[in-house]
Design a protein around this ligand. Structure first.
Ligand SMILES: [Zn+2]
Length: 331
């Protein structure tokens, strides 16, 4: 575990500190991005884990994202190695399994799961096993993930509508919601003093955009609102840590994707597979966004094509694929 510590005034070190963290930050390692603020890039490729963060307040720890149960179990000892303060809250940035199914593990360790109220609305749609009697996404994930099968779904129980603030005079974390993006219930964690933004999967750094539960047009607008915060460090839901520019790259990916798909608005569904290749070639040519192109592309194209009024043209994507985000493209 590598700990990078900023010992001088935060703003003055940002310029040199960020490139350092960017080159040192590695999967499964703890990075100290500001005094008492930590980032941990999850192993998406092998375990489907999301990224995490945590803020050590005067009397407790607030964790960003619950991860899958196996991710939560991996993270807890790493937090305890840094602080003896109790982990009181875990913030689910959205309802997906790789961000919320670990809630039970955190609860057993004394934490309360917190979320934007829309997360519950999303869970009611998709977690039909918990809220009804028909198997839903949790049951589907449990078939292939022993960590999920060995635990229980615990929806977040402390909810906010517009904003929730944690402030002990030293640190301030604002939990926000800017509208539909990756899902209909995306929450952000904003640290105004440090200018750090935890985005969940509303912003990722690499080929990890699952678009099936959101709306790409609204996503662009939500990222506009997030950009207005003026963040200098972005902790994405997946992929490595970035500067404020990461929000722009993510937004440009969807703007370009929508522009390319718009050209094929009148292409017949049966001819769309060919169009996907054309769109891929055009996106990959653009240096700033090429890293977002991956195995999710056909599904992303189909989603946008449907948003423009087209009919689906792919076989249905399995739940496991998007819950684990494991279809990272080998480059
Ligand atoms: Zn995710």
């Amino acid at each position: 575990m590598i700990l990078l510590r900023a010992n001088c005034f935060f703003c003055s070190v940002l310029a040199v500190f960020l490139p350092l963290t960017a080159s040192f930050a590695q999967v499964n390692q703890v990075t100290n991005i500001a005094p008492d603020v930590y980032f941990h890039e999850g192993d998406i490729k092998n375990n489907g884990h999301c990224n995490n963060g945590w803020i050590v307040f005067e009397d407790y720890v607030l964790v960003i994202d619950a991860n899958f149960p196996s991710g939560a179990k991996e993270l807890i000892p790493k937090i305890k190695a840094i602080t003896s303060k109790p982990i009181r809250f875990v913030f689910d940035t959205h309802h997906h399994g790789d961000h919320a199914y670990g809630n039970q593990v955190w609860m057993e360790n004394g934490a309360t799961p917190v979320a934007y109220a829309g997360v519950i609305e999303e869970m009611k749609k998709h977690e039909t096993g918990y809220y009804g009697s028909v198997d839903g996404r949790w049951e589907s994930a449990a078939k292939t993930r022993p960590d999920v099968a060995a635990s229980k779904l615990k929806p977040p129980s402390l909810l906010y509508d517009k904003k929730m603030v944690f402030d002990d005079g030293k640190h301030r974390v604002e939990l926000l919601h800017f509208g539909v993006a990756h899902t209909h219930g995306d929450g952000f964690a904003w640290l105004p003093k440090e200018k750090i933004l935890f985005t969940g999967d509303a912003c990722v750094n690499g080929p990890y955009n699952y678009a099936g539960d959101g709306d790409t047009g609204a996503w662009v607008k939500t990222l506009d609102a997030a950009k207005k915060l003026g963040a200098q460090i972005i902790c994405p839901g997946h992929g490595s840590l970035g500067s404020g520019k990461l929000l722009t790259d993510q937004q440009n990916y969807f703007l370009e994707l929508r522009k390319q798909v718009r050209k094929h608005q009148r292409t017949k569904p049966e001819e769309m597979s060919e169009a996907v290749h054309e769109i891929q070639a055009s996106l990959e040519k653009q240096h700033q966004i090429a890293r977002y192109v991956g195995d999710f592309l056909p599904a992303q194209v189909e989603k946008v094509y449907q948003e423009f009024g087209g009919k689906p043209f792919l076989k249905e994507t399995t739940l496991d694929e998007h819950q684990q985000h494991v279809r990272e493209r080998e480059k």
